[in-house]
Design a protein around this ligand. Structure first.
Ligand SMILES: [Zn+2]
Length: 97
């Protein structure tokens, strides 16, 4: 595999690498515009979590935090996330004799 281009901001690059370890897919775009690229969680198929990566964000630390937050909040962890939901209707107890 071709190595990914590095992000110019050290903090962001670090966050991207951690995300990649967790399975994130990072796509680096060309030099057009101010988006450096984008990432997705790599786990959700069509409904995966996505984030645009800026090349020169005003606050690189905040942007790195966004990247980490995306992976942390990603609901696509585990094989069957639906099973974890507990919204089954509660059975009513009747007092009939
Ligand atoms: Zn996700």
């Amino acid at each position: 595999m071709r190595p990914r281009a590095r992000h110019p901001e050290k903090e962001i690059e670090k966050a991207l690498r951690d995300a990649e370890v967790d399975g994130a897919v990072i796509e680096v775009r060309g030099k057009k515009g101010h988006a450096w690229g984008r990432m997705n969680c790599g786990r959700g198929g069509q409904h995966e979590c996505r984030l645009r990566i800026w090349s020169t964000p005003g606050n690189p630390y905040a942007h790195a935090r966004d990247i980490r937050a995306l992976m942390r909040k990603c609901p696509h962890v585990g094989p069957e996330p639906e099973l974890a939901r507990t919204d089954a209707p509660v059975k009513e107890v009747s007092n009939e004799r």
